[in-house]
Design a protein around this ligand. Structure first.
Ligand code: FE
Length: 201
């Protein structure tokens, strides 16, 4: 390998390259700093997994809402004041049962229904997860701490630009009569991706 490869890879720090990209946008009349600030506010204050948790808790407690959610997820979450970007045309809700476990992936990149379940975790963007969860789903889930019985069928769903997914976890027994708020606290982003389950389900 020629020695100059190393020199070329180390010409500028990440910070210097980010600054150069921002300067190039600014020269063209665009406002990257404002865009980044706006994106950060959305990511930290609005695109939270608590949104999806609220949707799941409502589905557990309101059968008519659940039916609407399964039929047209995007319209149903709008009933709770939640919106999705225009290019997320469909929200498909995948219900876990005792015999079926759903898990989602974006094999091409990192798509999620981020305004509902939150932005994707770093591992979700890894080539390792994206490639292996499709072919070795049971093994990958086990490595991530979710060991499913051999009798449980695993369904892997590949996200596309316009079709986004959310896993509806199973409601654990012993939660009869709980409020929606209390039920929602049981549900995490990982559960709505399908790499975790609520204990006891
Ligand atoms: Fe993607």
């Amino acid at each position: 390998m020629p020695d100059n490869i190393h020199i070329r890879l180390n010409t500028a720090s990440v910070e210097a390259r980010v600054d150069a990209i921002q300067a190039a946008f600014e020269e063209r009349g665009m406002k990257p700093a404002e865009f980044i600030q706006e994106f950060r506010e959305l990511a930290e204050e609005k695109w939270l997994p608590e949104n999806g948790a609220r949707v799941c808790a409502r589905a557990w407690t309101d059968p008519a809402f659940k039916a609407r959610l399964m039929a047209n997820g995007k319209d149903a979450v709008a009933e709770l004041g939640l919106s999705m970007p225009a290019h997320h045309r469909y929200l498909v809700v995948l219900e876990n049962t005792a015999s079926i476990h759903n898990v989602i992936v974006c094999t091409l990149c990192s798509c999620t229904a981020f305004s509902i379940i939150g932005l994707p975790p770093d591992w979700y963007k890894d080539l390792e997860y994206r490639a292996r969860v499709v072919r070795q789903s049971r093994t990958v889930l086990k490595e991530m701490g979710l060991e499913l019985p051999a009798s449980t069928e695993i369904r892997v769903w590949d996200t596309t630009a316009d079709t986004r997914y959310m896993v509806l976890p199973m409601r654990p027994s012993g939660t009869e009569g709980w409020s929606e708020e209390k039920l929602a606290e049981l549900i995490s982003k990982d559960m709505m991706i399908g790499v975790a389950r609520i204990a006891g389900t």
